[in-house]
Design a protein around this ligand. Structure first.
Ligand SMILES: *Cc1c(COP(=O)(O)O)cnc(C)c1O
Length: 218
């Protein structure tokens, strides 16, 4: 068994090899389904960016961990239902899955109410897959235009999940050029199986679960 600490070191080495000159890449440890003691091992190894995909699960695991470790930055990488916005705004520092104007309006209200300073990424359905959430790649321009009515609501990035069982490279390239075109600074793409390809194509946030914590099937 590899330890969580060793896994983190190995991934950081691979990230450094894949990086281009001047490229910053944040490692987000995706801790969904893993208990607090495993997360604590990662924190002890110096990891301070984490991601969860469910608001309820994050609410059970993170408030105490964040109190003890104020440097932690927690990202929501799963779909956000509007009835969970209040909890999400209280717990998360970055919401990576904005995918509708309706959600943007509810989010903004809650951010102002709670006086929080969150970063927001747009989720893009880069494979144009029916079953996946996210804005259609051709609609990003319109979506950003619609968001302009929401003051104090800055979009700082773009996030995607490449289609399964396909070479992800062309999708990563498309996301990169969309980010450039729309002037979005952060690109969240790449998971355990494809993060090196993602970094080579411009990712600056990789989301790694299995390669750090092990398999989620027990
Ligand atoms: C689970 C998850 C990941 C991590 O996936 P691994 O293959 O375990 O690295 C990344 N992004 C999202 C959105 C996820 O839900």
């Amino acid at each position: 068994m590899q330890s969580i600490e060793k896994n983190i070191i190995t991934i950081k080495e691979k990230i450094n090899l894949a990086k281009k000159m001047g490229q910053e890449v944040g490692l987000i440890a995706i801790s969904k389904y893993f208990p607090v003691n495993k997360i604590q091992e990662a924190i002890n190894a110096g990891q301070n960016i984490f991601g969860e995909n469910k608001v309820q699960e994050a609410k059970e695991k993170w408030p105490e961990l964040k109190k003890q470790n104020p440097k932690i930055e927690l990202h929501l990488v799963g779909h956000l239902q509007s009835n969970k916005t209040k909890d999400a705004v209280a717990i998360f520092d970055v919401i990576q899955t904005l995918d509708s104007i309706k959600l943007a309006k509810i989010l903004q209200k809650e951010i102002i109410k709670q006086r929080r300073n969150l970063k927001i990424f747009i989720q893009v359905n880069i494979g144009r897959e029916k079953q996946k959430n996210g804005i259609d790649p051709d609609e990003i321009g319109n979506f950003l235009e619609e968001l302009k009515v929401l003051k104090e609501f800055d979009i700082s990035g773009i996030m995607c999940i490449a289609p399964k069982d396909e070479n992800p490279e062309k999708y990563f390239q498309e996301i990169s050029s969309l980010a450039k075109k729309h002037n979005l600074k952060n690109i969240s793409m790449g998971m355990s199986s494809d993060f090196e390809t993602a970094i080579k194509n411009g990712s600056n946030f990789v989301r790694i679960g299995t390669a750090i914590f092990g398999s989620r099937d027990g």
